[in-house]
Design a protein around this ligand. Structure first.
Ligand code: DGJ
Length: 693
């Protein structure tokens, strides 16, 4: 896809994707402004969006252009949200950039700006890909002077969402055990900040926003997402005069990043997407982008896994795990993951983190026999690790107390009895890589669940660690994968605390939430689905009553909810009855028949509020259509009797059971749900699989 100069206009370009156009250019005083972002325009019309000024009336109090800038700086006539704040020697804060040059690459452009008096070079980068409407933007800042510069904010860029009547925002917010809950509403006039100060992406908010006046299958939607797994901020700025700006970047307020002479700081990408097809089309575009440009193994079908955490907790023994493994294998599980409790002294959460060798009491001969046993049962072997953490009660901490985030003469507050190892340090990363590499090699591991169970506190020395820790984690994962190309990694942070397009470059799936209650899971999964494809959404079927919520939900409903993502089991299979095991075996077999479509197909969120009212989701891939319908209530709240499908070929015929129906009928009149779906007890669910003939 091209980035072209706009004819008849100096220093003005248009980034054209199949569906969209993004027009921007340089004004006086080095201001780079966005002229237009929306549906694609004919080439000859592109110059028509460029006017004298993109903003409103200038007064003595406001220069409205700053809201339109790609990187509004703290300096000059600007009072909005700065995307770049620098403090030069002598306390000078006013950044004044001049446009220098445009450097074109293949499908990319860098606009180079310089603050000549202080030797700051700023690169505004834009890249397009051939097969997506997603625009990738990031910023690089280089100190070309001989004096240090301090950066107080450096966002990846600011985006303008054009004024639109009725526009609301949609985002995902929550907390531990209730991640990615959708929240929506009108953005207030003023500044609204979403973000995390925890050092991770966090449970509290997920780094994306959608803005528009849209429904699932109609309307204009603008989205900005940040590909970053540490602290982050996304600030919306709505002026009473009109447009909304969204500025997104890493770090949080108060951090000061020193930029030594000769050094460059580069931001993570902020991604922008416009679609005229509603939220459904926006999600489909993000999923396609993830598959094409983010995920390390997008073409693979994820195996059905078993995870031992809810069954055995810290009580991990060879015989106990093998007992679970035998049951799991018999059900059709393909990957067996031993979660926590396997390493030195780890009989509760007060000890062990940091001493990453099998517990000598429970595994005197190591884990070899256990994992050989797992493989003999026909499954791959996986293991839980938490490399960024250490318990003070560990040999590692006693030997290297300086390896943790800390300040001299400040407390080292523990949370879950643990401290954070500073992955910005070379020695810490080298240590982590060494034992992870050995572990994977020695036990032939196919899978690591990489967990991270606390937020940063007393995080010193130096504010750059807020960036470098995250990049350190990325680097260790990247190196580990390059040494073990068949290794797959699950990102976990107390459930879904680290799910984003940064971590997904080096992980294959995400542990969506520690809340495995099927009913609570439904809204969590729904929110997750807005950006991330079902292939990365790990979902386990666990015991009933649920360990977290104590709610009882039938096995079939639990399965059907988990089958909407990458299916796994996490219950204590030793306590499941013969009938339950039989039902589980057949549901796992049924999942294997549809998982290619669920994991890699086009998602349609058909109707309802998942977990609250009747609802249904649909996946389509090639000729297969999979519909999962849920109704959590009994007769008190009637579900619809038909569910209208989406995205089918209207003139094609689709068959299921012995029925043949046209796509047009299924999409307009609907697919009749079985009678028991409307008339039975609580928690009814159904999976219908159709095939285009
Ligand atoms: C938090 C994770 O989210 C759980 O799934 C489990 O792995 C525990 N940590 C183990 O300590």
């Amino acid at each position: 896809m091209p980035i072209i100069p706009v004819s008849g206009r100096d220093q003005t370009w248009a980034a054209l994707t199949e569906e969209s156009a993004y027009v921007f250019g340089v004004l006086e005083e080095g201001r780079v402004v966005q002229w237009y972002w929306g549906p694609r325009l004919p080439a000859e019309a592109l110059s028509e969006v460029v006017s004298e000024t993109p903003g409103w009336i200038k007064t003595g109090f406001l220069d409205p252009d700053d809201i339109a800038e790609l990187l509004p700086v703290d300096g000059g006539r600007r009072w909005g949200v700065p995307a770049l704040q620098a403090v030069y020697e002598g306390g000078v804060r006013s950044v004044e950039l001049d446009f220098d040059e445009a450097v074109s690459g293949e499908n990319s452009l860098e606009l180079v700006l310089r603050d000549r008096a202080h030797g700051l070079r700023v690169g505004l980068h834009l890249r397009l890909r051939d097969d997506t409407d997603v625009l990738e933007r990031w910023v690089s800042v280089t100190n070309e002077s001989t004096a240090p510069v301090r950066l107080q904010r450096l966002d990846s860029g600011s985006w303008v969402i054009p004024e639109q009547a009725g526009a609301v925002f949609l985002g995902a917010a929550g907390g531990w055990a209730h991640e990615t809950q959708l929240q929506r509403g009108e953005l207030p006039v003023g500044e609204t900040t979403f973000g995390s100060r925890t050092g991770t992406t966090s449970h509290k908010a997920n780094p994306w926003i959608m803005i528009g006046d849209a429904g699932e299958d109609r309307g204009r939607v603008w989205t900005v997402a940040l590909a970053w797994s540490g602290s982050w901020r996304m600030t919306t700025q709505r002026r009473p005069e009109g447009d909304i700006a969204v500025s997104a970047g890493f770090g949080h307020e108060g951090l000061i990043w020193p930029l030594a002479p000769g050094r460059t700081l580069r931001t993570p990408p902020a991604l922008g997407l416009f679609t005229d097809g509603g939220y459904g089309e926006a999600s489909a575009a993000w999923h396609a982008y993830a598959r094409a440009h983010v995920l390390p193994t997008p073409g693979e079908v994820r195996p059905v896994l078993y995870n031992s955490w809810e069954a055995t907790g810290f009580d991990v023994t060879e015989e106990g795990q093998l007992g679970l493994a035998r049951r799991a294998a018999d059900l059709g599980v393909e990957l067996f993951v031993v979660d926590d409790g396997w390493f030195a002294g780890r009989t509760d959460d007060t000890r062990g983190l940091g001493d990453w060798h099998p517990d000598p009491d429970r595994f005197p001969d190591g884990l070899g026999r256990l994992f050989d046993g797992v493989r003999e049962l026909g499954m791959q072997a996986g293991l839980w690790v938490e490399p960024e953490m250490v318990n003070p009660d560990s040999d590692l901490y006693r030997k290297n107390p300086d390896w943790v985030l800390h300040y001299p003469a400040r407390r080292r507050d523990t949370m879950r009895n643990q401290l954070v190892l500073n992955f910005a340090r070379d020695d810490v990363r080298a240590w982590a890589l060494d034992w992870l590499d050995r572990l994977v090699r020695e036990y032939g591991l196919a899978y690591l669940k990489w967990d991270m169970n606390r937020s940063f506190t007393q995080a010193g020395p130096g504010d750059l660690l807020w960036i470098d820790h995250t990049r350190g984690v990325y680097a260790v994962m990247d190196e580990l994968r390059s040494r073990h190309p068949r290794l797959r990694i699950e990102s976990c942070s107390g459930g879904g605390g680290r799910a984003d397009f940064g971590i997904l470059r080096r992980t294959d799936q995400v542990w969506t939430s520690d809340n495995t209650d099927a009913r609570d899971r439904q809204p969590i999964q729904q929110g997750f689905s807005y950006l991330y494809p079902a292939s990365v959404m790990s979902c386990w079927v666990t015991d009933s009553p649920n360990a977290v919520t104590q709610r009882s939900v039938p096995l079939r409903y639990r399965f059907h909810v988990a089958m909407a993502g990458t299916l796994g089991l996490g219950g204590d299979l030793r306590s499941w009855s013969t009938e339950e095991l039989t039902e589980a075996r057949s549901l796992i077999a049924a999942y294997k028949e549809v998982r290619q479509t669920v994991q890699h197909g086009r998602l349609h969120r058909l109707f309802g509020q998942p977990g609250v009212t009747a609802s249904a989701v649909q996946y389509v891939l090639d000729s297969q259509v999979v519909v999962l319908a849920y109704h959590p209530y009994g007769l008190t709240k009637q579900p619809p009797r038909r569910v209208r499908l989406a995205g089918l070929d209207p003139s094609a015929v689709y068959c299921f059971d012995d029925t043949r129906v046209h796509g047009a009928t299924l999409m307009n009149h609907g697919l009749a749900l079985p009678t028991w779906f409307h008339t039975g007890e609580d928690y009814r669910s159904e999976m219908v699989v159709l095939r285009r003939v």
